[in-house]
Design a protein around this ligand. Structure first.
Ligand SMILES: *Cc1c(COP(=O)(O)O)cnc(C)c1O
Length: 391
């Protein structure tokens, strides 16, 4: 049996894979089992922030593996502490809890918000309001937080205490708040899985002010938008607001699993011994990887992300077969005349790996993608979009 057949036989059927076996790579080029090369415009869903086998990242990882690969949270390790310090110094947040994924980072954010509200106001103040069309993860609690019914259907009952509302309208959170039930509001500044949709500035500002006035915690899910993806270190920084809790994951480890939940001033001391934990959380190898990623995301580098973003928007906006280009930084959604899945399939044939999000083609290339490769990929995507479905 070949690998694809074996996968079908032994892997739980949750993933509809594209017909590519990723064997190796360098930077933004991935090589398959036949030696065919692809320009990677997805970076493993925004994870390999500096591409495949980046030299600096690889040295950080292999150096740490040579020292100690795991110690547990019973002991101190340097990469974990240094990473928390760097996250706090770069954001103004006060304390960090490390986990292993986006969903777990959000679980921690939710636990922190619930504990903060119940410590201060009692058990009834437990509701977390989230946005319709959001995505916050696949655990039963983060599914409950995800404001898209079709993810819920098969798995009820989900964790209670979540209410979703439309971006742009504060009626629901205001009502919950006046009833004394609202602990926190959780948002993605750019809804990723929902179709790469940036929230309106006025709405985010208004929401932050409402939260501040009412001591309702503002949680920003930066799992996909964070770590330079939007052109700023974290996407909330494009909005001039200060969240109380920030969760992040995907790009943080540059390809190794890590989640981080940053706690702001209000809730920095919300957790005591035993309130939360994670066996792998703060793993020294993942933290060394993340330190290497984060230390490179300075203003000069982020300006480069913005330049690349402007290039993609400039080339694709208004191009034949392209109806709309949305997003921020190197998190870009393309509404195409053709079905997004068809565009992605044709791009694969022509050696470019893209993603979809709802009805859009989604691009999340490595932040350091070589400009010539980016140009080549955009040219191919443009060709595929222009080439109509019926001709
Ligand atoms: C991917 C994603 C998650 C879930 O992350 P996992 O690492 O898959 O658990 C949560 N929130 C957002 C916004 C995401 O994009």
């Amino acid at each position: 049996m070949d690998l694809k057949e074996l996968d079908g036989k032994y892997i739980a059927g949750t993933y509809k894979r594209f017909p590519v076996v990723a064997v190796s790579g360098k930077g933004s080029v991935i090589t398959d089992e036949n030696g065919k090369e692809y320009i990677d415009m997805g970076s493993g869903i925004g994870v390999a922030a500096f591409g495949i086998a980046d030299d600096v990242w690889r040295k950080a990882v292999t150096d740490q593996i040579g020292l100690i690969q795991h110690a547990s949270n019973l002991y101190y390790t340097e990469p974990c502490v240094k990473l928390a310090q760097m996250l706090c110094e770069k954001t103004g947040m006060k304390k960090v809890f490390f986990s292993n994924s986006g969903a777990e980072a959000n679980e921690c954010a939710i636990k922190a918000a619930r504990k903060y509200a119940s410590d201060k106001y009692g058990k009834d103040r437990c509701v977390i309001a989230t946005l319709n069309n959001s995505f916050h993860g696949r655990t039963l609690t983060t599914l409950a937080a995800t404001g898209q019914e079709h993810y819920h259907e098969l798995f009820t009952p989900l964790t209670g205490g979540f209410v979703s509302f439309d971006a742009g309208n504060l009626t629901v959170p205001k009502e919950l708040c006046s009833e004394g039930k609202l602990a926190a509001v959780m948002i993605e500044c750019i809804q990723g899985e929902g179709g790469v949709i940036p929230l309106e500035h006025g709405f985010v500002k208004g929401l932050a002010a409402f939260c501040e006035e009412n001591d309702v915690l503002l949680i920003v899910d930066e799992v996909q938008t964070g770590n330079g993806r939007s052109g700023k270190l974290y996407a909330y920084m494009n909005y001039g607001v200060t969240p109380d809790i920030v969760s992040t994951a995907k790009g943080l480890g540059g390809g190794l699993p890590i989640g981080a939940t940053m706690l702001g001033q209000k809730c920095e001391n919300v957790f005591s011994y035993g309130d939360h934990g994670s066996t792998f959380g703060g793993n020294p190898v993942s933290c060394a990887a993340a330190l290497s990623v984060l230390s490179r995301l300075d203003d000069g580098f982020l300006a480069g992300v913005c330049r690349k973003s402007a290039y993609v928007f400039g080339k694709l906006s208004g191009a034949p077969g392209v109806e709309d280009v949305v997003g921020m930084g190197l998190m870009i959604g393309i509404k195409t005349k053709k079905a997004a899945a068809a565009v992605v399939s044709e791009c694969i044939e022509k050696g470019v790996l893209c993603l979809t999000a709802k009805d859009k083609v989604r691009l999340l290339p490595a932040l350091n993608i070589d400009v010539d490769l980016l140009k080549q990929a955009v040219r191919i995507i443009k060709e595929v979009c222009a080439d109509g479905p019926d001709d």
